[in-house]
Design a protein around this ligand. Structure first.
Ligand SMILES: Cc1cc2nc3c(=O)[nH]c(=O)nc-3n(C[C@H](O)[C@H](O)[C@H](O)COP(=O)(O)O)c2cc1C
Length: 192
């Protein structure tokens, strides 16, 4: 295979998407969409996450040191695209969304009831960069839909059922690889 050199890009390297949930200072929940998320090992499984620039989510995490990360599925895509394209410093961002928000079972974090998998994360280390921040997190709890723990379906069937969304090349893709639209598009299906 002959290859050509490129400037830094993650095109053609699909990523999983998560909604990070945090509480604002007034106790209201804020959610944003994130993909720079992966795992670490230090005697147990952990999470590493990068946030670029200044964001409401980052301000909240600096203050609280905890957040939730909920897996984005096809059902959640219009909402997720909206939450990834709307600034949390706009006081109207979270208004009129009709979300079922629960509290974490271990940490004081807002959790989206409609996501089948949510991590409750505690930041153990902030690595401050020039225009971004990497957070190394302990996984304090994993909330999974009961259906995923059941033994009457294979992992292949369960993944097809929850349909996690992937992203690369500025687009969303279904678990099976179908095009679900450019980053800005699915939010048009959200009634707000
Ligand atoms: C597909 C997609 C993935 C994103 N991933 C990240 C990410 O990993 N890190 C980041 O800093 N911003 C990311 N963003 C941008 C945030 O979602 C956006 O800044 C959002 O406003 C954050 O929510 P907040 O303003 O309520 O904090 C992404 C946006 C999209 C559309």
């Amino acid at each position: 295979m002959s290859k050509i050199s490129m400037k830094p890009t993650n095109d053609y390297c699909p990523q999983t998407l998560f909604l990070y949930g945090t509480y604002n200072e007034d106790g209201k929940a804020d959610f944003g969409l994130f993909c720079w998320f992966s795992y670490t090992w230090d005697g147990e499984l952990g999470v590493m996450a990068c946030i670029g620039g200044s964001k409401r989510t980052l301000d909240n995490i600096h203050r609280e040191k905890v957040f939730s990360a909920s897996l984005v599925t096809e059902k959640l895509l219009p909402l997720s695209a909206y939450l990834g394209n709307t600034d949390g410093n706009d006081p109207a961002k979270m208004e009129g969304l009709n979300l079922e928000i629960e509290k974490g079972q271990v940490l004081p974090v807002p959790v989206l009831a409609a996501s089948p998998v949510t991590y409750e994360l505690e930041v153990k280390q902030f690595l401050s960069l020039h225009d971004g921040e990497v957070m190394l997190c302990a996984i304090r709890n994993v909330l999974q839909d009961e259906m995923l723990a059941g033994e009457n379906a294979s992992s292949t069937e369960k993944l097809a059922e929850i349909a996690p969304v992937k992203t690369t090349c500025n687009r969303y893709f279904s678990w099976k690889g179908e095009n679900l639209g450019a980053w800005g598009e699915p939010m048009a299906k959200l009634s707000k």
